[in-house]
Design a protein around this ligand. Structure first.
Ligand code: C5P
Length: 216
């Protein structure tokens, strides 16, 4: 039997990373936050003072990524997230990262991947696809709280502007734009706390596995 794959896509700060981690834990699967990969490419370019739009350099960095470095705390910052959305729009950078993501997804016993194009491009045959949405203001508030918890000074309006700019860039790029796969189930996370979001996601997975239509 093929390994189970749960694909979670959604815009910046929609809560898909936390949901992905919790779902993976619930089912005993491995978890990959694919945003970290693009963030790692962006950080490597910024650290080396190379323009984010330098395609050849970005592709070279993407081909040599070291997953051991995916836990670096700076990767979580807003600056790196914004830079990641610039490098991730380069088609050859995306291509260079496809195999790594698919190999991760294929390993036993199963995997949860979250990102922007998991259900549409990376794992179009995933067993369950969830598209997480949340009101931009709610997302900005959550991001600001997380940043403050890390000791960063943040202006929530600036976070909101960043989120809107990033959504716009991710949705309108010609390659692998952020959009729900036709067979994805939408989960509106605006009014749910973490536990309620996880319960809603598990309900979707269970309904799909049982061949039922998930409740709206
Ligand atoms: O999800 P996260 O905020 O960490 O992603 C950072 C950026 O990386 C996104 O704004 C998006 O441009 C890019 N990304 C992507 N495809 C993915 C995951 C992230 O293009 N699968």
């Amino acid at each position: 039997m093929a390994c189970m794959i749960i694909a979670i896509d959604g815009p910046a700060a929609s809560g898909k990373g936390t949901l992905g981690k919790r779902l993976a834990h619930h089912y005993g699967y491995r978890h990959l936050d694919t945003g970290v990969i693009y963030r790692a490419v962006a950080k490597a370019l910024l650290d080396a003072n190379i323009a984010l739009t330098n395609e050849a350099a970005a592709v070279a960095v993407a081909m040599e990524l070291d997953p051991e470095k995916f836990g670096h705390p700076e990767l979580k910052t807003q600056r790196i997230g914004d830079a990641a959305s610039v490098v991730s729009a380069i088609p050859r950078v995306r291509e260079a990262l496809v195999d790594f993501q698919r190999q991760f997804a294929a390993g036993p016993p199963g995997a949860v991947l979250d990102g922007r194009d998991i259900g549409t491009v990376i794992c179009p045959d995933a067993e369950v696809k969830i598209f997480v949405v949340a009101d931009p203001r709610v997302r900005a508030r959550r991001r600001a709280l997380e940043a403050r918890a890390r000791g960063e000074t943040v202006d929530e309006e600036a976070v909101l502007a960043d989120i809107i700019r990033r959504d716009e860039r991710d949705q309108n790029r010609p390659v692998a734009p952020l959009r729900p796969a036709p067979d994805a189930h939408t989960l509106d996370n605006s009014k749910l706390d973490i536990d309620a979001g996880v319960r809603a996601a598990i309900a979707i997975v269970e309904a799909v596995r049982a061949g039922r239509k998930p409740a709206p």
